[in-house]
Design a binder for this molecule. Structure first.
Ligand SMILES: Cc1cc2nc3c(=O)[nH]c(=O)nc-3n(C[C@H](O)[C@H](O)[C@H](O)COP(=O)(O)OP(=O)(O)OC[C@H]3O[C@@H](n4cnc5c(N)ncnc54)[C@H](O)[C@@H]3O)c2cc1C
Length: 423
């Protein structure tokens, strides 16, 4: 990949910069720069509203979802334009947080698995920011072992479906218009074969969303209860029984999105060490600290270029593979290490929580509280390592005791005995 702009790219960059200078919500600039880590929260305005406005302005003038096909609201532009755009959009890209599911993982999944009618119906309102989506995969007893989901989809005589069960840890479910949901349609099929994917209207009768209070005092995560929710067959994504394959497309894209959008906090740390002193000397002159900074800088740059490599692969018509799990693994743990170091440097001041504090004062505290979740969402560190070990390094597979057994026959208590595997 050549990182110098071609003449065409330089021209595109200049146009993008001029448009952003003229149209960006500059009144939010400082607040966005200082926004706490985690989900987007703004103090002066409603963050979702501001996000929708920015998205709709971009779509109006042809700057949204640049690489998506034109017939679905995109611009059919090369991936390099997406990279240039994100460099120029800079801090305003934080307003894209409510669209991470819809643009990052759902959109590409619909393009791969959706019917033409679904593409026409679902993709354009994602581009314009009219529709916000959430991902309803995890359940109380199915997270890392996602194929263990128990939410049922039952086919009715008229061809429609009834959904029953519970999802948990659903980010942004209260703001979402639509949810993409993984269900078990055939409990008697082997675990990975009896699942079907749907999308549901989050305001449909029988959908109940309850917020979960998090350690950061935010409540972006939710429980979602499905009490006999009726879903037309047109809301099925992919074939009946192919839900696991559809889920894998979403999860691969999610890991790239989460990994590439996860701030490591390096810039904030760099700015902190330039501001504070240790024993009267600017902290940035401390040799051991400089060596740690250099380590973080190389990781942050490694992440950036790994992301560009994924985009290049996409632009060549390929699919980013399991090696992209590295991004999420490295970004999340780097964020936690940086937050820990920053709090050490801040001393007692870093631990204070007080009404009216400047955003800047508590940002590393928020970052530390948030970082534990970052190492879990989109696949835990251990799961990422297993993916890398098995699918990138080709190491022997983890033991899977429930392989080849009908889902309904998998023991759920120590007293039950597993039947012999069929395959
Ligand atoms: C901030 C945040 C946002 C989220 N957003 C969403 C969302 O929008 N939609 C959604 O569906 N879900 C969401 N999740 C849920 C997330 O996907 C799950 O929490 C995650 O997959 C882990 O599942 P679990 O919580 O059930 O933990 P478990 O799977 O029970 O894991 C517990 C521990 O056991 C370890 N472990 C489990 N299995 C193995 C194994 N085979 N080998 C080694 N170690 C193992 C794990 O690494 C972990 O340390 C979110 C989670 C967080 C924290």
């Amino acid at each position: 990949m050549d990182f110098d702009d071609t003449r065409e790219e330089a021209e595109f960059r200049a146009r993008a910069r001029a448009w952003i200078t003229k149209n960006a919500p500059h009144e939010l600039h400082t607040e966005l720069v200082n926004a706490p880590f985690g989900h987007l929260d703004l103090r002066s305005v409603d963050a979702v509203q501001a996000a929708r406005q920015w998205q709709s302005r971009k779509a109006r003038d042809g700057w949204a979802c640049l690489s998506w096909p034109e017939e679905y609201g995109g611009q059919g532009a090369p991936q390099m334009h997406t990279i240039i755009w994100s460099q120029e959009e800079a801090v305003y890209s934080r307003l894209g947080a409510p669209f991470l599911v819809s643009q990052g993982s759902l959109g590409p999944t619909i393009m791969t698995w959706g019917t033409e009618a679904q593409k026409q119906k679902l993709l354009p309102p994602i581009v314009t920011g009219v529709d916000i989506w959430c991902q309803l995969f995890s359940e109380p007893a199915a997270g890392s072992d996602l194929a263990g989901i128990r939410t049922r989809s039952i086919r009715e005589q008229d061809g429609s479906w009834t959904l029953k069960g519970q999802k948990i840890w659903s980010s942004g479910a209260r703001e979402a218009d639509w949810g993409v949901i993984l269900t078990r349609s055939d409990p008697d099929a082997v675990k990975h074969h009896g699942m079907t994917m749907f999308f549901i209207d989050m305001r449909a009768p029988g959908v109940v969303v309850r917020p979960i209070r998090q350690i950061t005092e935010q409540s972006h995560l939710n429980e979602v209860y499905l009490d006999n929710v009726r879903v037309p067959d047109e809301h099925r994504i992919g074939p009946v029984g192919a839900g696991w394959k559809v889920a894998l497309t979403m999860l691969t894209n999610e890991r790239i999105t989460v990994g590439s959008h996860m701030p490591t906090g390096f810039e904030e740390l760099f700015s902190l060490v330039n501001q504070i002193t240790q024993s009267g000397v600017p902290a940035v002159y401390d040799r051991s600290l400089r060596s740690r900074l250099a380590g973080f800088a190389s990781r942050a740059n490694g992440l950036k270029y790994t992301y560009y490599r994924a985009l290049t692969e996409l632009s060549r018509g390929g699919e980013p593979g399991p090696e992209m799990s590295i991004m999420k693994l490295v970004a999340a743990s780097t964020m936690q290490e940086i937050a820990t170091l920053a709090l050490d440097l801040q001393g007692l001041r870093g631990a204070v929580v007080q009404e009216g504090m400047d955003d800047n004062d508590d940002r590393f505290q928020m970052m530390l509280l948030r970082s534990a979740g970052a190492r879990i969402e989109g696949g835990t560190d251990q799961v990422m390592r297993t993916i890398i070990a098995e699918r990138v390094l080709g190491l022997p597979q983890d033991m899977r005791a429930d392989k080849g057994i009908p889902f309904s026959a998998i023991p759920t208590s120590p007293n039950q005995k597993a039947p012999a595997a069929a395959e």
